[in-house]
Design a protein around this ligand. Structure first.
Ligand SMILES: NC(=O)c1ccc[n+]([C@@H]2O[C@H](COP(=O)([O-])OP(=O)(O)OC[C@H]3O[C@@H](n4cnc5c(N)ncnc54)[C@H](OP(=O)(O)O)[C@@H]3O)[C@@H](O)[C@H]2O)c1
Length: 248
C-alpha cells in the first residue's frame, strides 16, 4: 500500500524539477496526481513518463498567474475526481538582480505574481473544496531564501518569506476545520532553475555544510511526508531541506 493511496493530489508547476519529482513520487505512492505548468508538450511528456510507470496522472495546462485558467483547473479536478486531498503550490521563478537594479515590473511584479499571488489564488479556489471535505493538506513551496538574506534575490526572497508567513496564518485559522498548511523550504536544488555550475550554484554551494546541492527527489521526499497522513498532527511548519545551509 502506498503512503498516499487514493488521495487526489493537485500540484501547481510540475513540468520540471521539484514539482516533476514530486508528481512522480506521489503517483508511485498511490495518489491520483493532477499537475500543471505552462508548457503543454513538456507536461504531456512528463505525464506519459509517469503513466508508463503505472502512475495515475493527468497533466492540465494552466498558467498559475491567470485567474480564469486556475478556476477552470479546479472546476475540472472537482468535476472529474470529486475531491482534492492535497494541494501543492510549487510554481516559481527566480530572477537575479542586485537591489539597485531590480526592475519593478519584470522582476518584482513577475516574481510576486508567480511565486506568491498564484499560491493565494489557488488556496482561495481549493480551500472551499477542502472545507466541505473537512480534511486537506496544503503544501506551499517557499525557500531558504525566505529565511536567510540573499542579496541577489530580494524580490524572490520576499515572496518566499511571505509564503511562510501566509502558511503560518492559514494553518492557525483553519486547523479547527481539519485543513493543514505547511511549507517546504528547499535549499540549493538542481533543476531548470538552478543548474550545476551556474553562477547561482557557484555563489551558494560554498555555504552548504553538506558540500553539495540537492536532487529534486530529496525535496519530493519531504513533500510526500507532508502530503501523507504520516504528518497528521503537523501544521503551520516550514520544513527546511537544505543540507544545513540555513544554520551555517
Ligand atoms: N532549485 C532551487 O534551488 C530552489 C530552492 C528553493 C526553492 N525553490 C522553489 O522550488 C519551486 C520549484 O522550482 P525548481 O527548482 O523545481 O525549478 P524549475 O525546474 O524551473 O520548475 C519550476 C516549475 O514552475 C512552473 N511554473 C513557473 N511559472 C509558472 C506559471 N506561471 N504557471 C504555472 N507553472 C509555472 C514551471 O512550469 P512551466 O515552465 O511549464 O510553466 C516548472 O514546472 C519554485 O517555487 C522555486 O522557487 C527552488
Amino acid at each position: 500500500m502506498g503512503r498516499v493511496d487514493g488521495k487526489v493530489v493537485l500540484i501547481i508547476g510540475a513540468t520540471s524539477g521539484i514539482g516533476k519529482a514530486t508528481a512522480t513520487l506521489l503517483a508511485k505512492e498511490g495518489a491520483q496526481v493532477i499537475f500543471t505548468g505552462r508548457r503543454k508538450e513538456v507536461g504531456k511528456k512528463v505525464e506519459a513518463e509517469i503513466a508508463a510507470r503505472g502512475g495515475q496522472v493527468e497533466f492540465f495546462r494552466c498558467d498559475a498567474t491567470v485567474e480564469e485558467e486556475c478556476k477552470a483547473l479546479v472546476d475540472h479536478v472537482v468535476e472529474k475526481y470529486g475531491r482534492i486531498d492535497v494541494l501543492h503550490n510549487n510554481a516559481g521563478v527566480l530572477i537575479d538582480a542586485d537591489f539597485l537594479n531590480i526592475d519593478l515590473e519584470n522582476n518584482f511584479d513577475r516574481t510576486m505574481n508567480t511565486n506568491l499571488k498564484s499560491q493565494i489564488a489557488m488556496m482561495q479556489l481549493v480551500l472551499p473544496v477542502m472545507l466541505k471535505q473537512g480534511k486537506g493538506s496544503v503544501i506551499n513551496t517557499a525557500s531558504v531564501g525566505g529565511i536567510v538574506a540573499m542579496p541577489m534575490n530580494i524580490p524572490y526572497s520576499a515572496s518566499k518569506a511571505a509564503t511562510i508567513h501566509i502558511t503560518h496564518t492559514l494553518a492557525k485559522t483553519y486547523a479547527k476545520d481539519g485543513i493543514r498548511f505547511n511549507a517546504i523550504c528547499p535549499g540549493l536544488t538542481y533543476s531548470e532553475m538552478v543548474e550545476p555550475g551556474s553562477d547561482f550554484d557557484n555563489a551558494v554551494l560554498p555555504g552548504v555544510p553538506m558540500r553539495r546541492g540537492a536532487q529534486p527527489e530529496e525535496m519530493a521526499n519531504g513533500i510526500l511526508f507532508l502530503a501523507s497522513d504520516d504528518s497528521s498532527y503537523i501544521t503551520g511548519q516550514a520544513l527546511v531541506i537544505d543540507g544545513g545551509l540555513s544554520i551555517a
